[in-house]
Design a protein around this ligand. Structure first.
Ligand SMILES: N[C@@H](CCC(=O)N[C@@H](CS)C(=O)NCC(=O)O)C(=O)O
Length: 358
């Protein structure tokens, strides 16, 4: 069942260009949302329940809003946010010609441009035909990558020409639809930025992209992008799912576990054998656990544990009261198998529910 909450939930990934454009629109619309940063290699079940496709961004509207269906397309999320409040008229309400031009730009960006961008930027993922020798394969892959770069450049030249035509009077200060930015500018920017970052020197030297370069620079250097790449819009630590269990580990002890294939520490300074179980925390308990036991340890690691995989490995989990308090904590009765650990990352302070002020 899809989770619903008082605030809209945005499953996001800080560096994903689709998620960036969604956050840009929600921030511009000053819509309060709860941001849930997702590690794409370790997607929380709540995201998959909201959208089986498992891509980000996904927006789960609050239970009282209509429609209540999650939105799993970045452009839908942008429009949803701006339909509530669009102070800079990104949607160009009432301007059918601008809207049609925008739709065309977005179709090209998310279709052919993205296609070529991916095959240029992540060429190794798309690989050359296997029938070649290794040397031939490398040459074919390089040629294919260059062909995709050229095809993407062709699209960029079209956008550069559009900037010239759309705001001849404004010169280098023009935007895709005239003298002020619209949804299309913000929606395309993260992808043009990605293209530039794949080969900064070549992009910066391209004589026929001067207007587009200036456009990108203005969009990148404004406060909007910086805002959505930092807290609270762009948290660096993945969201802590209530479906998972967590354990704080000392780096040496985790390294030892990796050698042995299982982890046998219960808590700081105590083994599984001494205690009889491994201490763990539910998401909301983690900050307190860290404060009480690990506040002075540099480099402490956060383990994310899947209770389903624990069960499959025959490790029982019991919720039991901590001594001297009625608070129930998850206790693992058996060694923690590495296969049940979904993620290991440096501990960072747990972001509390993030309400982005309107
Ligand atoms: N059409 C979708 C595409 C979203 C998308 O592909 N996002 C990427 C991250 S940038 C993703 O979630 N990929 C899934 C994965 O890597 O497992 C949109 O506009 O939101």
């Amino acid at each position: 069942m899809t989770e619903t909450a008082a605030l809209p939930i945005l499953y996001s990934f800080r560096r994903c260009p689709y998620a960036i454009r969604a956050r840009l629109a929600l921030a511009s619309a000053a819509v309060a949302v709860e941001i849930r940063e997702v590690a794409l290699a370790c997607k929380p079940p709540e995201l998959l329940a909201a959208s089986a496709r498992g891509t980000v961004p996904v927006l789960v509207p609050p239970s009282l809003a209509m429609p209540v269906q999650p939105l799993a397309e970045s452009l839908e999320i942008m429009r949803w946010g701006l339909s509530h409040h669009d102070p800079q008229d990104w949607l160009r309400q009432g301007d059918a010609a601008a809207q049609a031009a925008m739709a065309e730009l977005l179709t090209v960006c998310d279709g052919p441009f993205k296609h070529h961008l991916d095959r240029f930027n992540y060429a190794s993922r798309y690989g050359a035909a296997a029938s070649h020798t290794e040397i031939e394969s490398k040459a074919v892959a390089a040629a294919e990558r260059e062909a995709h770069r050229q095809a993407a450049l062709e699209v960029l030249r079209g956008w550069n020409a559009r900037l010239r035509a759309a705001a001849p009077a404004a010169g280098a200060d023009g935007w895709l639809l005239g003298s002020r930015p619209a949804l299309a500018d913000w929606a395309l920017m993260p992808f043009v930025r990605q293209f530039r970052l794949a080969d900064v020197a070549a992009f910066d030297a391209a004589g026929d992209l001067a207007l587009l370069r200036a456009w990108l620079q203005r969009l990148e250097q404004g406060p909007e992008l910086a805002a959505v790449l930092s807290e609270p819009w762009g948290p660096r630590q993945p969201w802590l799912s209530p479906s998972w269990l967590y354990h704080l580990a000392l780096p040496d002890e985790w390294a030892e576990a990796r050698c042995h294939g299982e982890y046998r520490r219960s808590s700081r300074g105590l083994s599984l054998e001494q205690v009889g179980f491994i201490h763990a925390s539910y998401a909301p308990q983690l900050a307190g656990t860290h404060r009480r036991f690990y506040g002075d340890v540099p480099g402490v690691l956060l383990l994310t544990i899947d209770p389903g995989r624990l069960a499959a490995a025959g490790v029982a989990v019991r919720a039991e009261a901590a001594p001297g308090s009625g608070e129930l904590f998850p206790h693992l009765y058996g060694p923690l198998p590495l296969s049940a650990v979904l993620a290991v990352e440096p501990w960072r302070p747990v972001p509390v529910l993030q309400e982005v002020a309107a």
